[in-house]
Design a protein around this ligand. Structure first.
Ligand SMILES: [Zn+2]
Length: 236
């Protein structure tokens, strides 16, 4: 009689364990977790892209400064040479030399002005790219944060339910023979979480295979009774 009670409690334990398994599975497979992982990856990639784009923009800014500096020097030299040329009093040879020098400097100045313009255009493009990337990063950061909040909330709910089930399990386990619990746990590990079934209408509750009346007599002889097909504990 005592043993039968123990076996019935084992069925209780099995149902609590399945509920715990289901909650643990729910905890690990929240859809928000997959979204969180994806968002995290996208954010990492977007952050790297932004860093690269900022590096490119920095390079352009430095190049603008450098070319502007060179342009200033060239402009100064050009105006000095022009002054010398306009002041006159030079030999024809020197004046000719100076004229060519002025022409060369004027050409160089034009080229540098062109270069500065190109660099500034590039900088503007890079600047708006950086701006768009910052917006992306901000959006992904906010999405990641929202997902974190949703996951924390969902886990809190699941953990509360799990605590209730664990409490119930802790009250059932002491009612069952230790060896029986051990056998049940081993079977659960090996057989997809189900270690015990009820024999109802000649069918094993674990594997759902039929057990004939003759086989049932054999099953009942075992202590504890076990299914001849799947070897799970049977509550007969
Ligand atoms: Zn079975």
């Amino acid at each position: 009689m005592e043993e039968l009670k123990s076996l019935a409690d084992l069925l209780d334990l099995q149902s609590v364990d399945l509920e715990i398994d289901r909650l643990l599975h729910e905890r690990e497979s929240l859809p928000e977790l997959a979204s969180f992982k994806e968002t995290h990856q996208r954010l990492t990639a977007a952050g790297q892209q932004l860093e690269e784009a900022r590096g490119g923009l920095r390079e352009t800014t430095l190049a603008i400064d450098k070319t502007n500096g060179e342009l200033e020097i060239a402009e100064e030299k050009l105006s000095q040479e022009q002054m010398r040329l306009y002041a006159g009093g030079l030999s024809a040879r020197d004046a000719d030399y100076l004229r060519r020098e002025v022409e060369m400097l004027t050409r160089k100045k034009g080229e540098m002005e062109e270069e500065v313009l190109e660099l500034m255009e590039r900088g503007e493009t890079q600047d708006s790219e950086v701006e768009a990337m910052v917006a992306d990063v901000d959006e992904l950061t906010a999405a990641k944060h929202n997902l974190e909040t949703a996951i924390t909330e969902a886990w809190k709910g699941i953990d509360g339910r799990l605590a209730g089930k664990e409490e119930r399990k802790a009250s059932v386990v002491p009612l069952i023979d230790e060896d029986l619990v051990e056998l049940y746990e081993d079977l659960r590990k090996a057989k997809g979480g189900v270690g015990v079934g009820r024999l109802a209408d000649g069918v094993c509750g674990g594997c759902h295979l039929r057990i004939t009346e003759a086989e049932e007599i054999e099953v009942r002889r075992e202590d504890p009774p076990r299914c001849i097909h799947c070897r799970r504990i049977l509550v007969v």
